[in-house]
Ligand binder design. Structure first.
Ligand SMILES: [Zn+2]
Ligand SMILES: [Zn+2]
Length: 141
């Protein structure tokens, strides 16, 4: 059985439509300072790979939030649309855009050491600290 699912998402105002061929239902949560500053809380993200079709791309505004990734949002309604890695071009998108996907499972929490103490999920998942993430990506490069 394939874990890959086709889906289409839209921003709140409908100016931007996103077609995605490959959604990994095992989504991740990022607790880093940047994600929480961006969205007001942790970033729930599904990995969508590079096979992504964006209709209404002229309404998408991008911000380079770090040397290695950009964040995109609708310039009309402000809906957060993606976090895209510069090197691979692969997209992570808010799970809320695809909440009708079956079988979504919280699989991994990033930057668990930056998670503030004013919230806590009961989900039992793998967690990675900043140091573990840096070591992981250094070994991949
Ligand atoms: Zn919009
Ligand atoms: Zn983050």
């Amino acid at each position: 059985m394939s874990e890959l699912i086709k889906n289409e998402a839209s921003c709140l105002c409908g100016s931007v439509k996103i077609g995605v061929t490959n959604i990994n239902p095992k989504f991740t949560v990022c607790h880093c300072d940047t994600c929480r500053n961006w969205g007001g809380g942790p970033f729930f993200a599904v990995q969508c790979g590079t096979d992504v079709e964006i209709k209404g791309a002229e309404h998408v505004k991008e911000y380079n939030s770090s040397p290695w990734a950009a964040r995109g949002f609708c310039s009309t309604c402000g809906t957060h649309l993606f976090y895209r890695l510069n090197k691979s071009g692969s997209y992570n998108m808010p799970v809320g855009l695809f909440s009708k996907v079956d079988g979504l499972v919280m699989a991994l929490q990033y930057f668990s050491d930056q998670r503030p103490d004013y919230y806590c999920f009961s989900n039992q998942t793998q967690e990675m600290t900043e140091a573990e993430i840096k070591a992981y990506f250094a070994s991949e490069a």
